[in-house]
Design a protein around this ligand. Structure first.
Ligand code: F6P
Length: 347
């Protein structure tokens, strides 16, 4: 078989581990692997390169993706879908492994459903918001980086008697905020799924300070909508910076707005740290390397067995597969019971 591999959407630690696993096991089976450059852009514009054992040597611990990535959506490019199908045929590809999140795999699902494109998926995203799998690779690394940042902010918060607001990524779900916040002992955590009000958050901080503490850590997810008792609610997004081909606005900035609010309402000196793309950079944690490797092996099996339209998935401790349709139908949000774990330590 000739098997193409692409990585799409935001990059994420562990992508190279997936690529390595697909290449190693598939070439051992006698298949040929083709690198599709820059996500769906590569199939839309015809950007290919050979991909063999030599190219994947030494990449297991490396962050980013050796294939490059974009947020290109062929459905939003004039003649994009036809171009994808044409390039796929011209390259004599028998299968495609698409490594991505809801957008990249959403395109894979549509192309499979509408055009019988022989594609299998691997769930990637630091946001951990893909359905059908308990965890995506990349999330553990992002959560670890955020938890370490919270630990570091604790010591300086304590020295200065300050409130430290930490803004983390996660888009419209609060997985990174909740998990890193629990791990780092955050005093308040604000996420899109459970929009407690700014007034409630401030009351928690005041209660904590009245109880004898004179510093606090607040973790806020970039997609949390500032919510007030009056019912007013608004998302802080870089509207001026527009949206991508999947219609996503660029989030970011809620930490600043929240910090100003907290300082005004409580009188506590407040600072903000935006972790940003640091959460996506650098080497994957060992857990992510292992998960990405297992997903890569599963994707290689699915392609080899021609079980197209499926995605590698983690259920408990078992690697299995689900349909791309199921994985991309809706976002996997943080369930209330996880937020309750975090909430037990507020204030
Ligand atoms: O989906 C991953 C993610 O890092 C989100 O958490 C974040 O909102 C977005 O990508 C940032 O995208 P970009 O890299 O285009 O700024």
């Amino acid at each position: 078989m000739r098997i193409g591999v692409l990585t799409g959407g935001g990059d994420c630690p562990g992508l190279n581990a997936v690529i390595r696993a697909v290449v190693r096991v598939s070439t051992d089976r006698g298949h040929e692997i083709v690198a599709v450059r820059d996500g769906w852009k590569g199939l839309t514009e015809g950007l290919f390169a050979p991909l063999g054992r030599r190219e994947v040597s030494g990449i297991l611990p490396r962050g980013g993706t050796i294939l490059g990535t974009t947020r290109t959506n062929p459905y939003k490019v004039d003649g994009g879908v036809e171009a994808v199908l044409r390039h796929f045929a011209e390259q004599r590809l028998d299968a495609l492994v698409a490594v991505g999140g809801e957008d990249t795999l959403g395109v894979a699902n549509s192309l499979h459903r509408e055009h019988a494109l022989p594609v299998v998926g691997v769930p990637k995203t630091i946001d951990n918001d893909l359905s059908g799998t308990d965890y995506t690779f990349g999330f553990d690394t992002a959560m670890t980086i955020a938890a370490e940042a919270i630990d570091r902010l604790h010591t300086t918060a304590e020295s200065h008697n300050r409130v430290m607001v930490v803004e983390v990524m996660g888009r419209h779900t609060g997985w990174i905020a909740v998990m890193s916040g629990i791990a780092g002992g955050a005093d308040v955590i604000l996420i899109p799924e459970q929009p407690i009000t700014v007034e409630e958050a401030c009351a928690d901080l005041v209660r904590r300070h009245e109880g004898g503490k004179d510093f606090s850590i607040v973790v806020v997810s970039e997609g949390y909508q500032l919510t007030y008792e009056s019912g007013e609610q608004h998302l802080v997004a870089g509207a001026a910076r527009g949206s991508d081909q999947f219609g996503h606005v660029v989030l970011g900035g809620v930490g600043d707005a929240l910090a100003r609010d907290i300082e005004e309402r409580t009188g506590f000196e407040t600072r903000v740290t935006v972790l940003g793309h640091v959460q996506r950079g650098g080497s994957p944690t060992p857990r992510d390397r292992v998960l990405a490797t297992r997903f890569g092996l599963k994707a290689a099996d699915l392609a080899h067995e021609r079980r197209f339209g499926r995605m590698a998935a983690l259920h408990g401790d078992t690697i299995t597969d689900v349909s791309l349709e199921e994985a991309t139908r809706e976002l996997k949000t943080v369930p209330a019971h996880w937020y309750e774990v975090a909430r037990a330590f507020f204030g």
